[in-house]
Design a protein around this ligand. Structure first.
Ligand code: 5RP
Length: 236
């Protein structure tokens, strides 16, 4: 991956309100990465909107630009937040391609493999990422890792759940509601090794709807907030 740094507008500590410590935090890193990504969207584009706290910073930055764009959301939460900001959200069925999808990630490997699904939206997120000409990932500096590791989120069919869980042992069920598509959310807790091998094995497991391993071939660019700067890693 090629890496370079993007200039971002300076941030004044006093904007955070009186009495607040002027620390450059992980939240600020999410924000600078998210705002840099929002700048890459152009008028007339069809845009996929991911899910999570980093995307939550991207939505107002995108809405402020008042572009004429059509958007698809990867979760009911993102859909509501985007609509509340005045963004035009359309059903995925009404859009045959996306120019860009912008989403967060839980882990980013040096070769561009991702783990996603901390927010349990990875099934829809993978569909929307794969539809985009350019998939841009936005993360703070805690997300790059030297090698991917568990937990790896998975979405499972309810039918045969116990059998599927046994097949992917060690795995844990998440204590949370079903996905918007009726799936059960769990996490594979075993060794990752080669992500391509694990991704292929999980994909071939009966009853497993989708897993949170995203291959580098899906990813165009990773924007990493580092303090007040944004590191840009271009994959293709
Ligand atoms: C949701 C995701 C999120 O993009 C991922 O968990 C990162 O979230 P955050 O930006 O809150 O750290 O994959 O399913």
């Amino acid at each position: 991956m090629q890496a370079c740094y993007l200039p971002v507008p300076s941030w004044r500590p006093e904007e955070q309100g009186p009495g607040r410590l002027a620390t450059v935090s992980v939240e600020r890193e999410k924000q600078v990465a998210a705002e840099a990504a929002a700048q890459l969207v152009e008028d007339g584009m069809a845009v996929g909107l991911g899910t999570g706290s980093t995307v939550a910073y991207m939505l107002p930055a995108l809405a402020r630009r008042q572009l004429s764009i059509r958007c698809v959301a990867t979760s009911p939460h993102t859909e509501k937040a985007a609509r509340d900001l005045g963004l035009d959200i359309e059903p995925l069925g009404d859009i045959d391609h996306l120019d860009v999808t912008i989403d967060g990630a839980d882990q980013v490997a040096p070769d561009g493999w991702l783990v996603k699904g901390g927010g349990a939206a990875h099934t829809r997120e993978k569909i929307v990422a794969a539809l985009a000409r350019s998939f841009i990932v936005i993360v703070d500096s805690t997300k790059p890792v030297s090698a991917l590791h568990a937990p790896i989120p998975v979405e499972l069919l309810e039918f045969g759940l116990q059998a599927t869980m046994r097949r992917i042992e060690p795995a844990t069920l998440r204590d949370m509601p079903k996905s918007p598509d009726g799936g059960i959310i769990a996490d594979y807790q075993g060794a990752v090794g080669d992500p391509a091998d694990l991704a292929a094995w999980l994909s071939a497991t009966p009853g497993l709807v989708e897993h949170g391993l995203f291959p580098p071939a899906l990813v165009a660019m990773v924007l990493i907030g580092r303090g007040e700067s944004v590191e840009q890693r271009v994959l293709r």
